[in-house]
Write a protein that binds this ligand. Structure first.
Ligand SMILES: [Zn+2]
Length: 337
């Protein structure tokens, strides 16, 4: 049986930023092959895993792209300027270790240090940051990295606490793991099932939009992360906590989930004794919106894994939430529509 933490280790090792997902897709395809009848990549690059059924088309979507960095300039001194791929908090990036796809390592530094220790922090923008790869001049640096090269967080998954992992790219590779685990658990179903690993979610849901137009689902359920109400930096008071079970999303900044899907997911969870939490978040969006307003329109909802420190090199999610999430997605895949 697939193991949540081991899957995360495999996917993080293959992770690539938005637009370059094929390396991760090929690892996922090998893992997913025994659990579906056919699979293919859409022209945009999303991996579609089809488990045939005579009933209504049900689409699940977890995005396999991750946030990252791309080199924009190398200075005479050998320092590397970059811009973002996906959403980053520039202030939180200072002194973050990164690794380029070719294995070169570096650290993100702030161009202008505060005048004195303890001085109030001023707003940091991406232009205030650069990557130090320990080169001493441009030629030395360009022998290692060049404009257009991609970098990612240089951290690895670790198990911490009672039931959690701390890992880069839980968003959304932990959800990809959940989708794989759910595929393994999905037995006979009347539904015509499409488990999709989408691309470029972090750049505007490109993979989900195009995959939805191909599949034209009756119902779509995204699998992603949501903020958790149990950390001091929480955006708002909310009842969601890490370890309390996967969530059934009601609303986020981009979508009001279809009431019929919310009701269906809750009923399936209750029938199968799966703990769940009710999610409303005020920032962020997911592939849910893409599934709802593309093709001919679909009923759409989302299941989230509560996460702390999202979009950082050390996101925290609960392995037990992942296990319960896989149970809920599998149960939804098998439930009559
Ligand atoms: Zn995400």
């Amino acid at each position: 049986m697939l193991n949540a933490f081991e899957l995360q280790q495999k996917l993080v090792a293959a992770a690539m930023p938005s637009g370059h997902e094929r390396r991760c897709g090929d690892v996922i395809a090998e893992l997913a092959r025994p659990f579906c009848d056919e699979m293919w990549y859409t022209p945009t690059g999303s991996l579609v895993c089809h488990k045939k059924g005579d009933g209504k088309r049900l689409m699940f979507a977890a995005h396999m792209d991750v946030i990252g960095f791309i080199v924009t300039y190398v200075s005479d001194e050998g320092y590397v300027s970059f811009t973002n791929i996906g959403g980053h908090n520039p202030a939180a990036l200072v002194n973050t270790k990164v690794v380029f796809v070719n294995g070169v390592r570096g650290i993100i530094r702030l161009r202008k240090q505060p005048d004195k220790v303890g001085a109030p922090a001023t707003a940091v923008t991406l232009r205030d940051l650069y990557i130090d790869i320990a080169a001493t001049n441009r030629a030395e640096a360009e022998a290692m990295v060049n404009v257009g090269d991609l970098a990612m967080f240089d951290t690895v998954p670790q198990q911490i606490g009672d039931h959690c992992m701390m890992s880069p790219y839980c968003d959304d590779l932990a959800a990809c793991c959940v989708q794989l685990m759910a595929m393994e658990q999905t037995g006979a179903s009347k539904n015509d099932l499409y488990f999709v690993f989408t691309v470029q979610e972090e750049l505007g849901l490109k993979g989900a939009i195009t995959a939805t137009n191909c599949i034209e689902p009756y119902m779509g359920i995204a699998i992603d992360l949501c903020y958790s109400g149990d950390e001091p930096a929480a955006d708002m008071e909310m009842p969601v906590r890490v370890g309390g079970g996967p969530t059934v999303k009601i609303k986020d900044a981009s979508v009001m989930c279809s009431p019929a899907v919310v009701k269906h997911m809750r009923a399936v969870a209750e029938q199968n004794d799966i703990p769940y939490q009710n999610e409303i978040i005020i920032a962020g969006g997911t592939d849910t919106a893409a599934m709802m307003h593309n093709a001919k329109g679909a009923l759409a909802g989302c299941m989230s894994l509560p996460g702390r420190n999202i979009h950082s090199p050390c996101e925290i999610v609960s392995l037990s939430d992942m296990e319960n999430g896989a149970r809920l997605i599998a149960a939804c895949a098998m439930a009559e529509l």
